[in-house]
Design a protein around this ligand. Structure first.
Ligand SMILES: Nc1ncnc2c1ncn2[C@@H]1O[C@H](COP(=O)(O)OP(=O)(O)OP(=O)(O)O)[C@@H](O)[C@H]1O
Ligand SMILES: [Mg+2]
Length: 341
């Protein structure tokens, strides 16, 4: 006994194989349950949406945007932001190079790039004047993403650079001589304001400061901002703080929203509307040599970095970012979205 009365057209074609049997007659007439009924279904749906959003393609900058990810405070999310934003921009269709300027080599690790002592690295570029093209490696799994790795040698570079000619502008020269077309270069700085960070500030046009939403978040920032002013005044007139990103935001705590308000009051439009939530998936990804974008594309962490990348790309070409279409970033912490005019 089979009732096809309310099923019309091609949908009535018998579905071959086991699917027909397993679905059963009753089930075939019902609306399938929404995918997000179960945690796994929801994750799958988010992943599909995330990849769809990733593929949507964003305006490319006319010239390569060189962004220096800096904050001399340790553990605020510089490396996490560098690699995940870079992967997001690449997934959005850009060609992106990450320069790992931290002797810890965390960005190289997170991108799955080999960086043991013998690997040609950014140390060779800075100290031995090796062309950047000779150390850049493609990042596995993410098309359009590249990395200039850091090895432990870089730990000595702060001292070795002191006696070299043009010690503050060696990275700038290397980037200028790099001929591959790129939309973005993201430079991951160490947690200090030494010569490595100065090299990054001289090489870049934009400074991106990740700020962790916790007590003392703004402490020490004055020093970074003074250094940016000094470099702009003496060595690189185009340098400016273009982007502030709130990281490890925990919407359940009053402290996080207080810090966010304070940062917005200080910096205004430079602060991205999207903030990055505290997320276990974000912190797990590097141990698999992956960004959160490939490790768990549907997670709130992945979606928020995709959104932040979108905001950065749109701001770069002067297009207003519309947070009403934002996915997870603004929605995950509505109090922040409300606070912005
Ligand atoms: N949004 C997040 N949610 C949860 N954990 C995070 C998040 N962002 C960063 N972390 C974790 O916080 C720690 C510090 O992050 P990260 O290494 O990116 O900071 P950093 O500023 O680069 O540190 P350093 O100054 O040592 O270079 C790491 O263990 C990272 O996995
Ligand atoms: Mg780091």
């Amino acid at each position: 006994m089979r009732s096809d009365a309310n099923i019309a057209g091609p949908m009535t074609d018998p579905v071959p194989g086991p699917r027909t049997e397993s679905m059963g007659e009753d089930v075939s007439r019902e609306t399938p349950p929404p995918m997000d009924d179960t945690p796994i279904g929801r994750a799958a749906q988010l992943a599909v949406e995330a990849l769809g959003r990733a593929g949507e393609g964003l305006p490319r900058p006319e010239q390569t945007r060189v962004m220096v990810v800096a904050n001399q405070k340790g553990g605020v999310g510089k490396t996490t932001t560098t690699v995940n934003l870079a992967a997001s921009l690449a997934l959005h269709g850009g060609r992106v190079l990450v320069i790992d300027l931290d002797p810890q080599g965390n960005a190289s690790t997170a991108l799955g790039i080999d960086h043991h002592a013998e690997v040609p690295s950014i140390y060779d570029v800075l100290v031995e004047s090796k062309p950047l093209a000779e150390v850049v490696q493609p990042v596995p799994d993410v098309e359009g993403l590249f990395c200039a790795p850091a090895t432990i040698d870089l730990a000595g570079a702060e001292i070795e650079l002191v006696s070299l000619v043009a010690r503050e502008s060696r990275l700038q020269r290397a980037i200028q001589a790099y001929e591959q077309p790129l939309d973005y270069i993201l430079i991951d700085c160490p947690p200090s304001l030494g010569l490595l960070t100065v090299n990054a500030l001289v090489a870049g046009q934009e400074v991106l400061i990740p700020i962790q939403c916790e007590y003392y978040a703004l402490e020490g920032l004055g020093q970074l901002l003074r250094n940016v002013d000094l470099v702009r005044g003496h060595l690189n007139p185009t340098l400016h703080v273009s982007t502030i990103l709130l990281t490890m935001y925990d919407g359940r705590t009053r402290l996080a929203s207080q810090v966010a308000d304070e940062v917005r009051t200080h910096f205004g439009d430079e602060v991205l509307r999207t903030s990055i939530p505290r997320s276990v998936r974000i912190s797990e990804a590097p141990s698999y040599g992956q960004t959160v974008l490939t490790y768990d594309p549907g997670s709130s962490g992945a979606l928020s970095y995709l959104e932040a990348a979108r905001e950065i790309a749109l701001k770069g070409v002067g297009v207003n970012y519309d947070p009403t279409h934002a996915h997870i970033g603004a929605q995950s912490n509505p109090s922040m979205a409300e606070g912005i005019q």
